[in-house]
Design a protein around this ligand. Structure first.
Ligand code: KIV
Length: 261
């Protein structure tokens, strides 16, 4: 079983769809790697789906490094990308390089930064120092206060191409397109040489990513138009836990077979 490299991801453009998913801990990484997702993203969405915050701004380097280390222990083959959290790359170039490097030291294969041409010179530097970078344009959740919510971006299909091109020129190995109309995503995908990975960006991107907890329906009130749920995980967990609780209450757990003599 060969570890996926950024060269493998680059080669997949136009040949095979890239399958990606988020993971935040050892068990989610174990199953995602076992299924064969090419990319596992340790997303800063951990702030919402693991830590229960309303947005991604409050997670920091310490938590993201902790999630990255746990994920890397569960992964043998997938390419692990870690999200650089809010304020870990915006304050100074020096801090950004140190923070990005610490994800690689923690076991990640690459980092992801939100933003377009405003961060392309930083990305060029990171790549020149040996830190592979995934770009992320369209709806950048770290900028939700500017948008006034997690709003659809790139309604004019030409508006994001300049950002995509500047990321491509800076050396990213792929670009996440989040919450943009599918015609915008198609236009960008056809006009950049690196793979695009869509989330809420329609069917014409080179790959797709969704949040682990959304795919498995683990948080019942998180329901988005672009998510397809493959399990009602919350109900499945609830039913199992209710049975466990019932067995404790009725003295059906544990049996003597589940006990030591
Ligand atoms: O944090 C995250 O989960 C992400 C994906 C939505 C792409 O950035």
């Amino acid at each position: 079983m060969q570890k996926i490299t950024i060269k493998d991801i680059l080669r997949m453009k136009g040949r095979e769809k890239i399958a990606a998913i988020t993971a935040y801990d050892y068990p989610s990484a174990l199953v995602a790697d076992d299924v064969g997702f090419e990319i596992i993203l340790v997303g800063d969405s951990a702030s919402m789906v693991i830590h229960g915050n309303d947005n991604t701004l409050s997670i920091g380097m310490e938590e993201m490094l902790m999630h990255t280390k746990a994920v890397c222990k569960g992964v043998k083959r997938s390419l692990v990308v870690s999200d650089m959290p809010f304020l870990s790359y915006q304050v100074s170039e020096e801090e950004a390089i140190r923070n990005a490097g610490s994800f690689l030291k923690a076991g990640a294969d690459a980092v992801k930064l939100e933003g377009g041409k405003e961060i392309s010179s930083l990305i060029r530097k990171l790549v020149s120092y040996g830190i592979p970078v995934m770009g992320h344009i369209g709806m950048n959740p770290q900028k939700f206060k500017i948008y006034g919510g997690f709003k659809l971006q790139g309604k004019d299909k030409y508006s994001l191409l300049e950002d995509a091109k500047s990321l491509e020129e800076a050396g990213v190995f792929s670009i996440v397109l989040e919450k943009v109309p599918y015609e915008s995503a198609r236009y960008i995908t056809e006009n950049v040489s690196v793979p695009t990975i869509g989330i809420g960006a329609g069917p014409y991107t080179d790959g797709q990513i969704l949040v682990f907890h959304d795919v498995l329906g683990l948080i019942p009130h998180y329901k988005f138009k672009f998510v397809r749920r493959y399990l009602e995980g919350y109900s499945v967990f609830k039913e199992a836990l209710s049975k466990f609780k019932g067995d404790i209450k009725s003295s059906n757990f544990p049996t003597l077979e589940e006990s030591y003599e």
